[in-house]
Ligand binder design. Structure first.
Ligand code: 5GP
Length: 172
């Protein structure tokens, strides 16, 4: 039976989102902000972060996948759903669930730049900084996480566990 060990509680998550949203609201006070949610994992984070940001923001969804059904990245990101928002001349903030090797984020940054965004920055809920394989700039990170495969609060394992309200370490 897979074992789930809580790593971040609902309260831990909410507290950091409030802080980071305040910083983002300040930094983007004079911008044309577009929040781009990296599907599927960031959908819960997007809903909470988006509602905590106090400046007007457009919202778009982009599907990118690099994991398939395993706990290891395939090393190659693919678009699973095209962006549903025109980001030309917008100040885009990518809303990510987790940055691990950085490959997915690098791919997303290139994709958004090619769509004509004025600026592209990144806000991630979780950052596994020690595992970076490519250099990517993370502008806002809520929680630094050491190695280990995490699920819950939008994150899955083979499409399971996304609806858990907190974040857990999955031991298979
Ligand atoms: P990267 O391309 O940075 O290696 O991986 C980023 C993507 O891989 C994330 O958006 C997420 O979908 C997935 N990922 C990376 N680490 C984890 C993890 O610990 N748990 C889950 N569920 N997904 C992860």
């Amino acid at each position: 039976m897979p074992e789930l060990i809580e790593v971040l509680s609902k309260e831990d998550i909410a507290r950091r989102i409030a802080d980071v949203a305040e910083t983002i609201s300040h930094d983007y006070r004079d911008s044309n902000l577009a929040l781009v949610c990296a599907l599927k994992g960031a959908f819960v984070f997007m809903a909470d972060l988006g509602r905590a940001i106090t400046v007007p923001a457009q919202i778009g969804f982009l599907g990118v996948s690099s994991y398939g059904k395993s706990t290891e990245s395939s090393g190659k990101a693919v678009v699973t759903k095209e962006l549903d928002l025109d980001v030309t001349d917008m100040d885009v903030l990518v809303v990510e669930d987790i940055v691990d090797t950085g490959l997915t984020l690098g791919f997303i940054m290139d994709y958004l730049t090619s769509k004509g965004a004025r600026s592209v920055k990144v806000c991630t809920l979780l950052d596994k900084k020690e595992r970076r394989a490519v250099e990517v700039q993370v502008d806002y990170a809520c929680h630094m996480i050491p190695d280990g495969f995490l699920v819950g609060y939008g994150l899955d394992y083979a499409e399971k566990y996304r609806n858990l309200p907190a974040i857990y370490h999955l031991k298979l």
